[in-house]
Ligand binder design. Structure first.
Ligand SMILES: CC(C)(COP(=O)(O)OP(=O)(O)OC[C@H]1O[C@@H](n2cnc3c(N)ncnc32)[C@H](O)[C@@H]1OP(=O)(O)O)[C@@H](O)C(=O)NCCC(=O)NCCS
Length: 147
């Protein structure tokens, strides 16, 4: 059985560490705002195994004028479960969640290697790529949720 459930920040670490913080200490898996009430963490389960994760933070980015923005962070699928549609399902789940709570815009800093994945889901790159220390090259990407 496969499904998406709300999880805690701590539960994300079993996927964040091997996929996003490989070889780095567990403390590097803690992101600013992880414990805020407005933050949501979702996990994709295959039976009882957590296979993929995504987190949503209520955070405005000055590059956009929308008043109610959410940021996606910590999008990751365990290596053995990649390319099976799990990442796409998690992003679409977050989009639906954001639409329900009347969010105007979703944005995030995408790793260059993942830009194509997000473009397939209708997100657009803004500006030039930039470097995030110790993580690598990223591009700002976004999608408007209101017409
Ligand atoms: C990027 C990632 C989240 C994608 O998740 P996934 O479950 O493997 O992706 P899906 O199977 O849902 O892919 C959906 C579509 O995007 C494509 N796709 C997946 N990864 C891609 C990538 N890196 N570049 C371009 N296209 C990609 C798939 O081929 C699929 O296309 P299709 O609909 O035409 O078949 C996953 O590969 C991952 O965890 N990567 C390492 C961590 C990472 O880079 N996270 C993002 C940080 S910003």
């Amino acid at each position: 059985m496969q499904n998406i459930k709300k999880i805690t920040a701590l539960e994300t670490y079993s996927v964040r560490q091997p996929v996003l913080r490989k070889g780095k200490p567990l403390s590097s898996c803690q992101f600013d705002g992880d414990e805020l009430k407005s933050t949501q963490h979702f996990g994709f389960f295959i039976d009882t195994e957590l296979a993929g994760i995504i987190s949503l933070y209520k955070k405005n980015n000055d590059n956009f004028s929308s008043s109610n923005q959410y940021q996606i962070r910590g999008m990751a699928v365990l290596d053995q479960f990649q390319k099976k549609g799990i990442g796409a399902k998690l992003v679409l789940f977050c989009e639906d969640y954001c639409k329900e709570i009347h969010v105007d815009l979703i944005w995030f800093n995408a790793r260059t290697s993942a830009v194509g994945f997000y473009e397939k889901l209708g997100f657009h790159k803004i500006g030039l790529p930039f470097e995030i220390k110790e993580v690598g090259e990223h591009s700002l990407m976004s999608k408007n949720l209101i017409d």
